[in-house]
Design a protein around this ligand. Structure first.
Ligand code: PHE
Ligand code: NA
Length: 453
């Protein structure tokens, strides 16, 4: 059977960008930058992007393009005893999928709430007590599935499923070509309104004010590299699967370059959006901005709703924000499920429709665990482990196998250069062989020590 293909270069880039841009760009990057030197963070961040992000993306695009398979097939073709690494990456993707979808479900709920701010005047109590029902946490209750969370999670599954089920070109590409422009327009619209609110400039000043003393701090560098690996969706099966559907004559390096630049550009936009709203909120509440900055779940479902309550026209800006969050999440979700589905198709020869149905069915069943009263506790533990060990470990294993065990990087460089106007030099090999593994080792080592404490 002939392998499916993307319909156009733009379509492929939209899909790859859709995977890269996710909840992390919106709720993780702004906080990272703020915490790690503000404007000065852009120096290590740019460095990480050039020395790790772009080469890693070129490597994955080349591997997927060359081997024409999802992760297990890519690694099986690289070495007969290496297929397990592909399945390990697929497992990482699967685990991420089952809790990522829960957060998208919350976001869909909040999209509904935002039209009338039904979270009320105390969004903190609303989120934890009323929505997640965390107050009701006695052991006998922990396993209760909450239907008001299950329903939006099922909606998120249905959207993801229909994209993956409908195929690379007719489903994933088509969805990405709608979702990505929509996402950019929404975020730019939000910025255009919010950056002119009182206090917004103060917020942006906090985000961008450079603290150059931080540049000498090793933890700032490891934060920058950690964010780059996380944000680009490399190292756990996704970009391998996506690039395996590229037509033969695609320009690999250029595509990789564009994907990375668009993702990182979006992160800066998201930073401007988040810090405008935080600055406005601090201004309205008469507190210092340091008291309102947050990341993650607390930012999206507590701080932002609190800020929305204070906004002019909250019934427009609120839904825009939660629709943007939902779209960013869904396009990433689609890519994770495609990584798993394409591995199953490669291995079993099942039709796409059958494979997608099985994968989504099993994953949906597992994800109901995150809609229970104990869901947030479970999510915190799994997310922490995946971010600090799973993703980075998977990236490191890939680099060790390709760069050291197989010594395959010079050949991949040639492979990419034969198919691109953008010539890459030996820096490609150096960055992936030495710099990235060394940094990953340091970050993983630090995280392990942290886990033990
Ligand atoms: N790159 C995504 C982000 O920044 C993260 C992600 C994508 C995680 C796909 C898992 C799967 O949010
Ligand atoms: Na996304």
């Amino acid at each position: 059977m002939k392998r499916e293909q993307w319909g156009s270069r733009v379509g492929f880039i939209m899909a790859a960008v859709g995977s890269a841009i996710g909840l992390g760009n919106i709720w993780r990057f702004p906080y990272m930058a703020y915490e790690n030197g503000g404007g000065a963070f852009f120096i290590p961040y740019l460095f990480a992007m050039l020395s790790a992000g772009i080469p890693f993306m070129i490597m994955e695009f080349s591997l997927g393009h060359k081997m024409r398979g999802a992760a297990p097939r890519v690694f099986a073709k690289l070495g007969r005893r290496l297929e397990w690494l592909g399945w390990f990456q697929v497992l990482v993707a699967f685990v991420i999928a089952v809790y990522y979808v829960a957060v998208i479900g919350w976001s869909i709920s909040y999209l509904g709430f935002s039209f009338s701010q039904s979270w009320g005047s105390d969004p903190n109590a609303f989120f934890f007590t009323e929505y997640l029902q965390l107050g009701d946490n006695s052991p006998s209750n922990l396993g209760n599935i909450q239907s008001h969370i299950l329903v939006p999670v099922i909606i998120a599954w249905l959207i993801t499923f229909s994209a993956v089920f409908s195929g690379v070109k007719g489903g994933i590409e088509r969805a990405s070509k709608i979702m990505m422009p929509l996402l950019f327009i929404m975020v730019i619209g939000l910025i255009l309104r919010m950056a002119f609110l009182p206090g917004a400039i103060e917020g942006l000043n906090y985000l961008f004010k450079p603290d150059f003393s931080k540049i000498m701090d090793a933890s700032v560098w490891s934060a920058a590299y950690g964010q780059i690996f996380f944000t680009l969706s490399v190292g756990f099966a996704i970009m391998l699967a996506y690039s395996s559907y590229l037509p033969k004559d695609s320009d690999i390096s250029n595509n990789a370059f564009m994907t990375v630049m668009i993702n990182c550009g979006f992160s800066i936009l998201a930073g401007i959006m988040i810090f405008s709203i935080l600055g406005y909120m601090a201004d309205q509440q008469g507190v210092a901005i340091t008291e309102v900055v947050k990341a993650g779940v607390g930012l999206a479902f507590v701080t932002i709703p609190t800020a929305i309550n204070l906004l002019p026209a909250p019934y427009i800006l609120g839904p825009l924000f939660f629709l943007a969050l939902t779209v960013a999440g869904l396009s990433s979700m689609i890519s994770i499920i495609e990584a798993v589905t394409s591995a199953v198709i490669d291995k079993t020869g099942y039709s796409r429709k059958k494979a997608a149905t099985i994968v989504c069915g099993v994953a949906l069943a597992v994800s109901t665990a995150f809609t229970t009263n104990g869901g947030l506790l479970l999510l915190d533990v799994v997310d922490y482990f995946m971010n600090n060990v799973g993703i980075l470990g998977s990236c490191l294993l890939e680099l060790l196998v390709v760069g050291w065990m197989l010594k395959g990087l010079p050949e991949l460089k040639e492979y990419a250069n034969r198919r691109s106007e953008l010539m890459i030099g030996d820096w490609f090999v150096w960055c992936l062989r030495f710099i990235s593994p060394a940094i990953l080792l340091v970050i993983l080592g630090t995280n392990f020590v942290g886990l033990l404490q």
